[in-house]
Design a binder for this molecule. Structure first.
Ligand SMILES: *Cc1c(COP(=O)(O)O)cnc(C)c1O
Length: 463
């Protein structure tokens, strides 16, 4: 049977992949507050506004594509995490999700700490005035130069990821006359992703030192002997985009088990545990993330209970949300360039960006939603796929979505929940210029990361 012989409709079930692409939403103009930043709504003309500014004006002033970041929402989420965890815990924002100097200042003002995992992130954090003692330095292969800079700056902790790094950091600290606070990152055999977790996962990954076979205990033994290190705790990070707390429960049980063994062997109660990040957000209306206060309550109950049964003092907890803070606060604003209906399949909508500003769909098969934002429309829903302008058929931004059938070149569409891992993973593929990040707040918009120019590209190409 040829596809073109069949009218649009019944045939779709055969050719479309499984997914949330089943029924069109009741109202295509509705902007689900679950996936859009806090101050987003539609004005009387049907135009999306954020921070009181219409998307059409943002496009005119800053061009497209652009990441539009709702500062009010960012601060509110950062504050909600801070408040939920209270004075007995620390919230480290994971800078890799998205880092800029403006973001560092907001975090500093809202009382959060910051995770960095490269010299570049460290430089950004320090240049925006984040106090070094509020910075944690991560990574599985920090260079000697990076470690030296971190120790000299006085970072609050370095998270040690291998036996070699334990010795390396200790030697560098000692040669600088310092005693560096450190945690050891372990893998507890728990792997969590979205709605599932595996409690007996293989520790077959590059991060951390396996608890299995006594390797983590051996790492602790060595770290405790080195004068250049002050071992303050154990670190565990189990995955990403997690909704179910049971993976954290198993992880906390195993981390506390190690703390108990350390006490029994060395007579030392380590004062801190870090349970990492990975808390999920809503990319589509199907996702139901938990609120920070629920997460805080669940985690502190789990740790308290485990410590009571191990007869340990409850350690200070830290967490490292990245996506859960910045993800929902931004959307990507695109202009539609072409609309190409493929009969019996779907309509391909090409935008002026693509995999260079959002690699997550191609890389992780991520789900996103999309809305027409420069106007409202009463047209019928149309099965659509939003694609970019790159020379690559996998250049997909939104796999499956419904957009109004009257969509036309020149319309603005926006993809919500692109605050995390989009700008930070952006590339120059096809020498496409990376979009700016525009922060909006209370009727004002300002560029916090400017758009790349061809001069920027050519400056690096020294011929
Ligand atoms: C990536 C990462 C995080 C943040 O993950 P999110 O999914 O953005 O919350 C936190 N801690 C560590 C060690 C990480 O590698």
């Amino acid at each position: 049977m040829s596809r073109s012989a069949h009218p649009a409709g019944p045939r779709h079930a055969d050719v479309l992949p499984e997914g949330h692409y089943s029924a069109p939403p009741a109202d295509l103009n509705a902007l689900d507050p679950k996936v859009w930043a806090q101050t987003v709504s539609r004005d009387d003309d049907g135009v999306l506004t954020v921070g009181g500014i219409p998307a059409t004006r943002l496009a005119e002033e800053f061009g497209t594509p652009a990441y539009i970041l709702d500062e009010t929402d960012f601060r509110a989420r950062a504050r909600a995490w801070r408040t939920a965890f209270g004075a007995d815990a620390d919230v480290f924002y994971a800078g890799k999700a998205f880092l800029s100097r403006a973001v560092v200042r907001w975090l500093k003002e809202e009382g959060l700490n910051l995770d960095v995992c490269s010299g570049g992130e460290l430089a950004t954090a320090l240049s925006a005035g984040m106090p070094a003692e509020r910075i944690a330095f991560h990574g599985n292969n920090k260079s000697v130069e990076e470690i030296t800079r971190a120790v000299e700056a006085g970072v609050g902790r370095i998270v040690l990821d291998s036996f070699q790094e334990i010795v390396r950091v200790a030697h560098i600290a000692q040669s600088l006359g310092r005693r560096q606070k450190a945690q050891i990152r372990i893998t507890v055999g728990v792997e969590a992703h979205t709605h599932e977790f595996i409690a007996t996962a293989h520790e077959d990954q590059k991060f951390g030192i396996p608890l299995a076979g006594g390797q983590a205990a051996e790492a602790v033994r060595r770290a405790l002997q080195l004068d250049g290190l002050e071992l303050i705790g154990i670190h565990s990070h189990i995955g990403s985009q997690i909704f179910d707390m049971s993976g954290f429960e198993v992880a906390a049980h195993r981390v506390v088990g190690l703390l108990r063994d350390i006490r029994d062997e060395h007579g030392v109660e380590l004062p801190e545990i870090d349970l990492g990040g990975g808390l999920g957000i809503a990319y589509t209306s199907d996702d139901d993330p938990r609120e920070p206060h629920e997460i805080a309550k669940a985690l502190s109950e789990i740790v308290t209970r485990e410590c009571e049964s191990a007869r340990l003092r409850t350690p200070r907890i830290s967490v490292e949300p990245g996506r859960a803070i910045v993800g929902p606060t931004a959307f990507t604003l695109y202009e539609v360039g072409t609309v190409k209906p493929l009969e019996g399949l779907r309509t391909y909508v090409s935008v002026d960006g693509g995999m260079s500003d959002n690699i997550r769909t191609a890389l992780y098969d991520a789900e996103y939603s999309v809305s027409l934002v420069s106007r409202a429309s009463d047209a019928e829903p149309m099965r659509a796929r939003v694609v970019g302008k790159h020379c690559e058929s996998g250049d997909i931004v939104v796999k499956d979505a419904f957009l109004p059938a009257d969509l036309a070149p020149g319309d603005l569409i926006a993809v919500p929940a692109t605050g995390a891992y989009c700008r930070s993973m952006a590339s120059n593929y096809n020498h496409v210029l990376r979009p700016p990040v525009v922060a909006v707040k209370d009727g004002e918009a300002r560029v916090v990361v400017r758009r790349e120019t061809e001069d920027d590209l050519l400056r690096l190409d020294v011929g």
